[in-house]
Design a protein around this ligand. Sequence first.
Ligand SMILES: *[C@@H]1O[C@H](CO)[C@@H](O)[C@H](O)[C@H]1NC(C)=O
Ligand SMILES: *[C@@H]1O[C@H](CO)[C@@H](O)[C@H](O)[C@H]1NC(C)=O
Ligand SMILES: *[C@@H]1O[C@H](CO)[C@@H](O)[C@H](O)[C@H]1NC(C)=O
Ligand SMILES: *[C@@H]1O[C@H](CO)[C@@H](O)[C@H](O)[C@H]1NC(C)=O
Ligand SMILES: *[C@@H]1O[C@H](CO)[C@@H](O)[C@H](O)[C@H]1NC(C)=O
Length: 290
Amino acid sequence: MFETFIFICLCSWIHICLLGVFGVDEVKSVSVMEGDSVTLNTDDTDIQRNDQILWRFGHNNILIAQINRKNNKSKCHYNNAAGRFRDRLQLDHQTGSLSITNTTTTDSGLYKVTSSRTETPLSTFNLTVYAHLPVPVVSRDCASSSSSSQQNCSLVCSVVNVGHVTLSWYKGNSLLSSISVSDLSISLSLPLEVEYQDKNSYSCVLNNPISNQTQHLDITQLCHTCEGRTCGDISIYLLKHGLTILYVVLISAAAAGFLLIVAAVMIFCTCRKHKEVNHVGKYDLMLIHL
Ligand SMILES: *[C@@H]1O[C@H](CO)[C@@H](O)[C@H](O)[C@H]1NC(C)=O
Ligand SMILES: *[C@@H]1O[C@H](CO)[C@@H](O)[C@H](O)[C@H]1NC(C)=O
Ligand SMILES: *[C@@H]1O[C@H](CO)[C@@H](O)[C@H](O)[C@H]1NC(C)=O
Ligand SMILES: *[C@@H]1O[C@H](CO)[C@@H](O)[C@H](O)[C@H]1NC(C)=O
Ligand SMILES: *[C@@H]1O[C@H](CO)[C@@H](O)[C@H](O)[C@H]1NC(C)=O
């Protein structure tokens, strides 16, 4: 009992000490859409009391900007961090805040404010820049439709080149299924099987923590594109190639007609020649008789 009490006291004491030492090192999460500007606000008066503050980026703590209050000067180190922040940083002398304009997804990462005196960050920001989301595409999955039942229509919702997103199927407002990805630049697809007669409203939603894009499903339109495949295929083929087929038929007919005429003329001529030959023959015979 007493040991437990001592143990609890010890734990609380360690906890308080840890908080005291590392309490300032709390990470502030900031999210922004790609292309927007963002300000990392140092509202902490501890920071504002420092004569010199430094802004560092990434796990390598690359120096990107500094403010010197003594001589009222600030400097952005645009050549650092592979020049990625070129002409996009703004500093506020008064507060020490850093603004980044026209953000890109590669600006995501940790930003630390340090004083010149200590390496321990006075403040740390975790910035996440989210890319604009494409509208997901819903298409009929003809390959698996042929193998499944006659009443069902297989669909697939897909997106390409996305990262840190979730793709979901909704029936009305209720979630049916979803798939998440944390990597960058990846393609995602999520299947759905519906009945042809289904009158519910379905939607496919792509979202990240700060935005979403929705594609509503039109079953009657989508599920007829490869329904009754042979019929559908032939009618679509005819629609696309109707004129060509018409030309071919017309030209064939014309050619056949021409051939018929040529044949008729040839036969006519041959007959006449024959007749003439016969006449000549007759004359010959007559001549011989004479
Ligand atoms: C520091 O510079 C800013 C402009 O960059 C100016 O408004 C301000 O008055 C200056 N402060 C001092 C103490 O020189
Ligand atoms: C923002 O950055 C993109 C490319 O990174 C560039 O094409 C665009 O012109 C920039 N916009 C502004 C307002 O600077
Ligand atoms: C920063 O935020 C992102 C997205 O919220 C998260 O995945 C990542 O783990 C965070 N990093 C740190 C060091 O807190
Ligand atoms: C047809 O789809 C429904 C869901 O819409 C599902 O419950 C059923 O099992 C499917 N039938 C077949 C034969 O795949
Ligand atoms: C999508 O975003 C809008 C606001 O832009 C929000 O009202 C809606 O609930 C979001 N939908 C989902 C499924 O996250």
